[in-house]
Design a protein around this ligand. Sequence first.
Ligand code: URA
Length: 480
Amino acid sequence: MSLHCITLKDGADLDGFRRAVRWLMAEELAPQHIVWSLDGTPGLFGDDGMSSAPPISLPRSVARLIELGVCHRDPERYALLYQLVWRVLNGERDLLEIASDPLVHRIDTMARAVRRDLHKMYAFVRFRRMRGEDLERFAAWYEPEHFILETSAPFFIDRFRSLDWTILTPIGSMRWDRHELTFGPPTRREDAPSEDSFEEGWRGYYESVFNPARVNPTAMRAEMPKKYWRNLPETASIPGLIQTASQRVDAMIEQEATMPAKRMPERAIEAMWDQEPKTLEELNAIIAKAGPLVPGATQAVFGEGPKRADIVFVGEQPGDQEDIQGRPFVGPAGKLLDRAMKEVGIDRSKAYLTNAVKHFKFEQRGHRRIHSKPTAGEVKHYRPWLMKELELVRPRLVVALGGTALLALTGKSTPISRSRGRAQFGPYLGYITVHPSYLLRLPDEATKREAYEAFVDDLRHIHDLAQADPETGELPLAAE
Ligand code: URA
């Protein structure tokens, strides 16, 4: 019998292979009579009748192996997969159960390699913002080992549905424009943007989630082989992180910092609470162990400042940057607060800054974690911790920054515009003002400037009040 040549695309030509297999089986052409060619010009063999061949039915496990097998780089992949189909449909239906069969073993090994390659791609693709684009567009350069581009697409669409992204690889490119997926030709590394403002974001995130207590360079290299490093912004941090790991472990132990992933059962929290924390460290250990009420936060963000402080500033909840760095008021709102404090002479290092809610709550939109306002129930849940914090810090003045802080301190939801100014929060002298992020959200520069001036005025009063005589309430002479 003469040989038949089947030509498929040199890539993962699953459709072409399926069509060919249907036809070959209908013609009862055994594997030894077929030559599989991968010259990239499908249709050499002609399509005569191939498309109209009747469908065949294969066990699900075999179909899955084919889907993975066609992605492998091995030039013999189609020949091997056809041998598998031929044997399964000619009396060896349970062939896959014979792991010692050389063909099964070889195809299985290929499928495992493809699966591993997919996992690496899911983990190591890094999108970067493209320069000079009006609309937000992101691109990533990646070098897979096998032909996995199309198979990987559903994962990236699912993860980054609301972003306009392109993945460029030497085996082809794919673009998702938020609605449709299109494939393009192979690309070169130079076509992908190399660095941008995102770079810092990834690096900061990686540094914050890096756990120095677990450092194990060998395991790290196994999980993240060096060949992937040059595409990953965060790898610039690895040598430094390893070098400083032991100091960071010491600091971690000292601070009792933890990264809670799960929430502790309510009864366990109550049991810990019953022990009555006597120091901020004990209190923070409870907050850390309890974990976030709403899942998602990287870590609990504790109050920060001296153990005894004249002024406590209470915000709403940590934002994206605070969640990553594990410190309150370090993002854009924090920077604005710093600036205003400086203007009136409040020394941030002498004040105590905390939040009504200790974990970041957000909505994931593509790459971005969008702040989501805590509910009254969540504020209530965290309230005992805030009260304990105040009891331990014993400030002269407590400042509510915005409505959530005010709700936490008074149990009432009152508009800031109606309550702004001096107040009393239980035993504490209080002051109510806006949250700095409110200033950032104002629409135009003139309104922003005016609101900022009013905020600075509030801080001036706060500074004075904190220095007032606790007995008589008299302000220092300089403030008059
Ligand atoms: N907003 C807050 O309320 N707290 C922070 O720590 C940061 C932003």
